[in-house]
Design a protein around this ligand. Structure first.
Ligand code: NDP
Length: 329
């Protein structure tokens, strides 16, 4: 049995190339569940996995794709049987284990979750790791006291994948959302997702001389990091929290302890990759209920395997709007 997959291979020490190839089942990695993949997606991390020096892929040839959704074809684990619809995100699949840019994938049953009721495999991939991280961030903010009457919630990198889904969910569950974007042309899109206010990136992406600014945000989902995250920390309301999800704008954090000591604010770290099974299942249930599917439809750009490498380049440059859904068949 043959199938098609996007294979990334190394050329010399500092270059990689990607091409769709025909593979056989005996080339699949070890695992107790084989899945006929239907859809996958392109996340920021996928862009890194298809680039030389991205730092995540250890050995070549490699099949990237950190997310996939599809139907179980065979399973030696009692939790899954042929015909079950499943979703995979994280666990270093697509990084150290062959991933979802393929018509077939073989993984450990512990890494899968059943497709949540109310979602199709295509919708699950429109959500993907970006959406999972967005809901985990919202849950973390709620666990630290965020409620709709506390005031505006900021979403940074709002026109990207994490930001789009966070904006749509927060607006749907009753929050006033301020959306930071560096793309003025995305303002209508963000308003259509439910943002009440657009904040221009340049208003908030440089370090302030003052460690504390006016108390503005009741909470923040941050996909950008760097100077923007530092700035947000100094603008949080007393006792409020920011959930740090991403580093699209940088990995350093040029801040001081002053906002933590004088305003009791919280910096909450979000990791979607190693989330335990029960938390993953709960997060997917929240996504199925709190993310309006008509808003999700408005975020989707459709693609096939052959164009995934160029989409990987685009996402690293911050040029992808919303979410990409890749039909692998
Ligand atoms: P996207 O590229 O889709 O979104 C990132 C957005 O950030 C861009 O669309 C852009 O939004 C903004 N942005 C890009 N470059 C800059 C910059 N230099 N300065 C300020 N803003 C910038 O990526 P994803 O949404 O998929 O991922 C976002 C981040 O979250 C990534 O760093 C990713 O690795 C991380 N992530 C982390 C997870 C976790 O488990 N912690 C899980 C998923 C993602 P705009 O044009 O609106 O300004």
């Amino acid at each position: 049995m043959t199938f098609r997959a996007l294979v990334v291979d190394k050329q010399g020490d500092s270059e990689v190339s990607a091409a769709v190839q025909t593979l056989t089942e005996d080339q699949l990695p070890a695992g107790n569940v084989t899945v006929a993949v239907e859809y996958t997606t392109v996340n920021y991390k996928d862009g890194l996995c298809m680039r030389a020096g991205g730092g995540l892929v250890r050995s070549y040839p490699h099949v990237p794709g950190i997310d996939f959704a599809g139907t179980v074809e065979s399973s030696s684990d009692s939790r899954y049987k042929p015909g079950d619809k499943v979703v995979l995100t994280g666990w270093r699949v697509g990084e150290t284990h062959w991933g979802g840019y393929s018509q077939k994938a073989r993984v450990d049953a512990d890494w899968l979750v059943p497709l949540p009721d109310g979602l199709t495999t295509k919708q699950a991939m429109a959500i993907g790791t970006a959406g999972l991280a967005a809901i985990l961030a919202i849950v973390a903010l709620e666990d630290h006291g965020l409620e709709p009457d506390r005031g505006e919630v900021l979403v940074t990198g709002a026109a990207g994948g994490v930001g789009s889904i966070a904006t749509a969910i927060l607006a749907n569950i009753g929050y006033d959302v301020a959306a930071v974007t560096g793309r003025p042309q995305a303002a209508d899109y963000l308003t259509s997702l439910g943002a009440n206010r657009i904040v221009a990136r340049e208003e908030i992406d440089t370090v302030s001389k003052r460690p504390l600014e006016s108390e503005t945000w009741a909470g923040c989902v941050d996909a950008v990091g760097g100077a923007m995250l530092a700035r947000v920390i100094g603008q949080l309301k007393y006792g409020a929290s920011v959930a740090a999800v991403g580093l699209a704008g940088g990995a350093t954090l040029p801040t001081s302890v002053i906002p933590f000591l004088l305003r009791g604010v919280n910096l909450l770290g979000i990791d979607s990759v190693m989330q335990p099974y029960q938390r993953r299942v709960r997060a997917w249930q929240r996504l199925a209920t709190d993310l309006p599917l008509e808003k999700l439809d408005g975020m989707i750009q459709q693609a096939n395997l052959a164009v995934v490498p160029s989409l990987g380049d685009q996402i690293l440059k911050g040029q992808v709007k919303g979410r990409i859904v890749v039909d692998v068949n």
